[in-house]
Design a protein around this ligand. Structure first.
Ligand SMILES: [Zn+2]
Ligand SMILES: [Zn+2]
Length: 620
């Protein structure tokens, strides 16, 4: 029998050279700090739960986790004890050391320790030499790399312990202990402030607090409350308002179709698991709920013949869609089973790709800048398996990239990540916390026109096939609203606010009539206004602030005599007294121009994303 302690001593342990670490780029340093923090956590956890065995402990985007097996879930008190223990380990400056170990000996060692997960990992690594890392008493099977010693892991905060699955196991048998780790105290503080802010802005919480929408386990999508629907309708109106200017026409088709439509489009073949089937009897599906607007828009195209003079033909549709998303993928408004896209399909000739994409990009800019959203674009090109002519692909990709360049836009290229039916541009918006959300997409499609045998008559009289552009800018309306609720922290610009102004009489007895008069005037001008009475003035002001109403108009003796109101903008300290007509004119103008008049406190801790470490690195 092997004495494993002396076996360990006899390994050829190599330290991590501090100079080498110092010379690394910052993101690589951070990645090492994060993964090393997982080892530090494991070291401390041993002190709290000696029975712990370990699965994988990779670095993540902002920290690390370690999936561990313990006899019972960790309590918050135990988690706090682990955090304390990590502090001690860090203070001890334990050196990280690496040793190369023959596979067979590694297996024997882990078997002796009862590390069943490490044994399974080793199975996959059969016939390789593997490496161990150690710090203090803690020894781990690990590919590294690490920081020189544990003192580099002092800006760490444990965030949670939650159930986790081991590789395809049905039931969670592990606890995922996760934390965040940084290279300075300030960076850690900034990140924790960001997490708090993001929590406070969670659209599910704000949706409830501001009475915008809610969720019910029986409903496939959000329940839209009157106030939330105002926001939604304003967005739709904004969208509709821009369509004629850019030459779009809107259609509306049903949500329910015979399966034939999706056989012809090819969606049944590739997509049927995500589609809802509706039966009127037994057996075969009788109807399908459409998961996208594309196939039925093709039916519209075929209702008459087209000539080159009709192209580009820009057809928008805003119908409700249904997709059978798995429960785990659902997340508030960000992913729902029932949703609406600001969808359009544009029919063009091969020669029109560049100009049309340029126009769509201009529209993208109009949309997002209205909300103060920055965005990044990614061009995805021909994958290995593709349909259509290589020549068409090359020309289309060149046109897309020329359009992107012509607009002076920065974009990244993802070679080979396009759909099999055409190249595409994905657009991710960046919110006020610096988080990225994929919303818009512009896709070329060579396939659908072929499947539906679409044609137009060219100038020379020949029959030609058009190309289709699918494009959505908000993406899903639900998702976009979820994103902007968080982006604005619920304090919408005036034009979007469900209630735009409240009028508060100082005294119900003396000033109610005047308050009613002011309210009526504002409403007549199209400003969504509420009159609040009964409670104390202070209370009513606080309520209006909580509801993030953009304008509060207080009226009393003086205002009544002068035909004025004391006006305060949400989040702005100063109050001013102005003639009611003047206030109305000002608000109407802001609404008309959709002014981005938000007064968000700039987040001192606005968190900048650092280079992301993937969750597969480090982990064997
Ligand atoms: Zn490691
Ligand atoms: Zn489409």
């Amino acid at each position: 029998m092997t004495d494993w302690n002396s076996w360990l001593q006899e390994r050829d342990w190599q330290p991590v050279a501090p100079d080498e670490f110092k010379a690394l780029p910052n993101d690589e340093k951070l990645r090492r700090i994060r993964h090393s923090s997982a080892h530090v956590m494991a070291t401390a956890l041993r002190g709290v739960r000696p029975e712990a065995t370990f699965a994988i402990g990779p670095a993540t985007e902002h920290g690390f986790f370690y999936d561990v097996h313990v006899d019972s879930p960790l309590t918050p008190e135990e988690l706090a004890a682990v955090q304390e223990g990590m502090k001690d380990v860090s203070k001890q400056r334990q050196k990280f050391e690496r040793a190369v170990v023959p596979h067979a000996e590694a297996v024997e060692f882990m078997r002796d320790r009862g590390e069943r997960y490490k044994l399974e990992i080793l199975e996959k690594l059969a016939d390789q030499t593997v490496t161990f890392y150690r710090n203090g008493d803690f020894v781990d099977l690990c590919a590294g790399p690490h920081v020189p010693d544990t003192s580099f892991c002092q800006n760490v905060k444990l965030l949670a312990a939650s159930p986790a699955h081991w590789r395809g196991e049905q039931n969670p048998s592990l606890q995922r202990v996760s934390g965040t780790a940084w290279d300075s105290r300030d960076a850690l503080k900034a990140y924790l402030a960001f997490v708090e802010e993001a929590k406070a802005r969670d659209h599910r919480v704000l949706g409830q607090a501001l009475d915008l929408f809610s969720f019910h386990p029986w409903a496939a999508g959000a329940l839209w409350h009157p106030r939330g629907l105002v926001v939604r309708n304003e967005l739709a109106q904004f969208w509709r308002g821009l369509m004629p200017e850019y030459g779009y026409q809107e259609i509306m088709n049903p949500v329910l179709y015979k399966p034939d439509l999706f056989h012809q489009s090819g969606h049944w073949e590739h997509y049927h698991e995500d589609m809802y089937i509706v039966r009127d009897g037994e057996g075969e599906p009788d109807w399908l709920l459409k998961p996208m607007n594309c196939p039925d828009t093709m039916l519209y195209y075929k209702t008459r013949s087209h000539s080159y003079r009709d192209l580009p033909l820009r057809i928008a549709e805003n119908q409700v869609l249904h997709r059978n998303e798995v429960t785990g993928a659902l997340h508030g408004l960000l992913r729902t089973r029932s949703f609406v896209q600001d969808d359009a399909h544009i029919f063009i000739t091969n020669e029109q790709v560049q100009d049309e994409i340029l126009q769509v990009l201009e529209l993208v800019d109009r949309f997002y800048s209205t909300f103060g959203l920055e965005y990044v674009m990614k061009l995805s090109t021909r994958p290995e398996k593709y349909m259509g002519e290589l020549e068409t692909w090359n020309a289309a990709e060149a046109a897309l990239s020329a359009a992107l360049t012509a607009g002076g836009r920065e974009f990244s290229v993802d070679e080979g990540d396009g759909a099999f039916y055409g190249p595409k541009i994905d657009i991710s918006i960046q919110d006020s916390l610096g988080r990225k959300w994929q919303c818009g997409t512009i896709q070329l499609d060579f396939q659908l026109p072929q499947r539906f045998d679409l044609e137009y008559t060219a100038q020379d009289g020949t029959r030609q096939r058009p190309i289709v552009i699918h494009r959505a800018i908000f993406g899903s309306m639900e998702r976009f609203i979820g994103v902007i609720v968080e982006h604005f922290a619920g304090a919408f610009p005036l034009w979007l606010a469900p209630v735009q102004a409240v009028v508060l009489p100082i005294s119900d007895e003396k000033h109610l009539d005047y308050a009613r008069e002011v309210t009526a005037k504002l409403r007549k001008a199209g400003i969504r206004t509420e009159l609040q009475q009964y409670e104390s003035l202070n209370y009513r002001v606080r309520q209006a602030e909580k509801q993030k109403v953009p304008y509060i108009l207080v009226v009393g003796e003086r205002e009544q005599e002068q035909g004025t109101a004391a006006v305060r903008r949400h989040k702005v300290k100063e109050q001013r007294v102005a003639p009611v007509d003047e206030v109305i004119a000002e608000l109407v103008e802001k609404i008309r121009t959709r002014e981005l008049d938000v007064h968000q406190p700039t987040m001192s801790a606005r968190f900048q994303e650092t280079a992301a470490a993937t969750t597969t690195d480090n982990a064997y």
